[in-house]
Each structure stands twice: as structure tokens, then as C-alpha cells.
Ligand binder design. Structure first.
Ligand SMILES: Nc1ncnc2c1ncn2[C@@H]1O[C@H](COP(=O)(O)OP(=O)(O)OP(=O)(O)O)[C@@H](O)[C@H]1O
Length: 306
């Protein structure tokens, strides 16, 4: 069971609309759920995990509703951002307790596999009270993995982790995605999502703002200005030709790098016009690359566009 379908889902708390008419499909592999604080990511993850009911709409896993569905819980692991941990337990006891809650036949052995997966064996028999934030995160992860779910939902999993722990967790999530599991993690940190997820879903203010590869999302925003670095056989001549063309709103010549920085009016218009403008002026294009194609700029545009 691997495909989560969110269909016209809204969730409100009193007057606050946390999730507003969201429809999305999450399949196998690693997907990033990106959005600023308060965008509704946690609320959405909890509804996907079946721990919170939608106010309207449905959330299903391979067609079966997730809300209060015992059968579905066996296939989903949720790693919440905040969770009251039982500090007096050891990491191992905590994971074993979760294995028992799932009714697994061999809780000790299953807990051991999960502890090894998150590389926490060295501290498994220490009390959780003595753990760092990153260790707590990993033991939570072990307890979410103890029943070998096909869907893993993680809320801000990298919070509080040091760079080494972050790399380890990224490797682990990549591996799980490659095994065919559905891995969905939320983050407000752009570079995390960019490094890990091939596919991203963007939430802004409770709404589903965009979906796809971040470059595709960038291209969806064709009405936004885009910047390019262009290197040609005659940069000055192209600068003159471009500034006379409606596709371009600004050109800067950089003599040190011997390139042009071009501000295009829109993506589609510029990518169509540039080869023609160059050909008509008898100029050869050596390099054309977008200069602001980072997820950060996509996100800023998406947030700014609201
Ligand atoms: N139990 C609740 N009661 C009242 N309001 C809530 C509740 N849970 C969430 N909200 C509100 O819903 C909105 C979305 O919150 P949510 O936690 O889902 O966002 P988020 O994107 O996960 O942000 P963060 O990363 O800060 O947790 C916020 O305005 C939040 O205050």
C-alpha cells in the first residue's frame, strides 16, 4: 500500500483554517512537503496518518480512508515533530513498547531491527532523558519504523540534528524511497528539500501552492521575471539586440566574466525569442543558464505571489 490520495481536504480549528481545500497524490519515493511555519504541513501529515479527521474531504491510502482505520495504521509510520516522550524509558524500551502496541509477534527482535536501522544501538539502553535532540528524533523514527510500514510520514525530521546526523537521515530516507516506500517529510528549510526530494509539494497559508520538480514549479511561474546568464560570440551586440526586444526587461554586461546577465520578462517568451534574436544578429550562443533557479527563489516567488 503506497499511494496516498488527499481529495479536497480542509481542516479547521475554530476560526482557523489550517488546511484549505487541498488535493494531492503522494506515491512511492521521497517527496518533500515544503512551506513556511503555519502553512498547514503538520495538520496535513496528521490527517494522512489517520490521527486527525478532515473537516471536509477524504484522505485515502490505496483507496481506503486513513481516519480511524486500524488496518491502515499497520502500513503507516508517523514521526511527529513534537511528542511527549517517556523520558524514564530507555530508547529500546520505548521502541519495544511501540512494537507491542502494534501487536507484533516478536517485539524485541523487531525493535532491534528498527534501532539498527537508525544506528542507535550504541545508546539504546540509555534513558531517553539523556538523549540529544537528534537522538530523540532517531529513536522516534525507530518506533515509527518498527512495524515496517510502507508509508513513512515525517514532520520536520531534521530539526535539531547536527550536519552528520542530517546526512545519515537523508541517506536512510533515500534508501527507503529507493526500496519503493512512500516517504513524505515536511520542512521549511529549502536546502533540505532540494537535497533530498525529487518531487515537492508546496503549501502556503493552508493552500496547496505548487507540485512537481522544483524546476517545473519554477517554470509554472511563467509570469514572473527570470534571470539568465548568457555567453555568446558577441555579448555587446546581443545586449543591444535584446534590449530592443519585448522579451527582455534588462541586460547587464559583465566584462570581467565576459557574460550578459539578462532579466527576461517571462520564461516562455524569452526562451523562444533568444535563439531567433541571436540568429538574426549573426551571434552564436555558447551558454544560456538560469541564475536564480534555486528552490529558495521559487519559494520566495510562491510566497510573494499570495
Ligand atoms: N490543534 C490546533 N488548534 C488550533 N489551531 C491549530 C491547531 N493545530 C494547528 N493549528 C493552526 O493551524 C495552522 C496550521 O498549523 P500547522 O501546524 O499545520 O502548520 P505547519 O505548516 O506544520 O507549521 P509549523 O511548522 O510551524 O508546525 C496554524 O495557524 C496553527 O496555529
Amino acid at each position: 500500500m503506497t499511494v496516498i490520495q488527499v481529495d479536497h481536504v480542509s481542516r479547521w480549528f475554530g476560526n482557523v483554517v489550517a488546511v484549505n481545500d487541498v488535493t494531492m497524490t503522494i506515491g512511492p519515493g521521497v517527496t518533500g512537503l515544503l512551506g513556511p511555519n503555519g502553512a498547514g504541513k503538520s495538520t496535513l501529515l496528521h490527517m494522512m496518518g489517520g490521527f486527525l479527521s478532515p473537516s471536509t474531504g477524504t484522505v485515502t491510502l490505496d483507496g481506503a480512508p486513513t481516519w480511524r482505520n486500524q488496518e491502515i495504521y499497520r502500513h503507516i509510520g508517523l514521526v511527529p515533530e513534537r511528542e511527549s516522550m517517556y523520558d524514564f524509558l530507555t530508547g529500546r524500551e520505548f521502541v519495544v513498547a511501540n512494537a507491542e502496541l502494534f501487536g507484533l509477534a516478536t517485539p524485541g527482535a523487531d525493535a532491534q531491527v528498527a534501532i539498527d536501522t537508525v544506528e542507535m544501538e550504541y545508546a539504546a539502553d540509555r534513558r531517553i532523558a539523556t538523549y540529544s535532540k537528534g537522538m530523540r528524533q532517531r529513536i522516534k523514527m525507530a518506533s515509527a519504523l518498527v512495524h515496517q510500514p510502507s508509508v513513512l510520514l515525517l514532520d520536520e525530521p531534521f530539526n535539531g540534528m547536527d550536519p552528520r546526523q542530517r546526512m545519515q537521515l537523508m541517506d536512510l530516507l533515500r534508501k527507503m524511497g529507493a526500496e519503493g516506500r512512500t516517504v513524505l517529510f515536511s520542512s521549511h528549510i529549502l536546502e533540505e528539500v532540494e537535497q533530498l526530494a525529487h518531487h515537492i509539494e508546496v503549501m502556503v497559508a493552508g493552500r496547496h501552492a505548487a507540485s512537481g520538480d522544483y524546476r517545473q514549479i519554477r517554470r509554472l511561474m511563467v509570469d514572473r521575471p527570470h534571470k539568465y546568464t548568457v555567453r555568446t560570440s558577441d555579448n555587446r551586440a546581443l545586449a543591444a539586440a535584446l534590449i530592443a526586444d519585448a522579451s527582455t526587461s534588462g541586460v547587464e554586461f559583465d566584462p570581467r566574466e565576459d557574460v550578459l546577465h539578462v532579466q527576461a520578462v517571462d520564461f516562455v517568451g524569452f526562451t523562444r525569442r533568444l535563439p531567433k534574436v541571436a540568429r538574426e544578429a549573426g551571434i552564436r550562443l555558447f551558454e544560456v543558464s538560469p541564475t536564480d533557479e534555486s528552490l529558495e527563489s521559487v519559494f520566495t516567488y510562491l510566497v510573494g505571489a499570495r
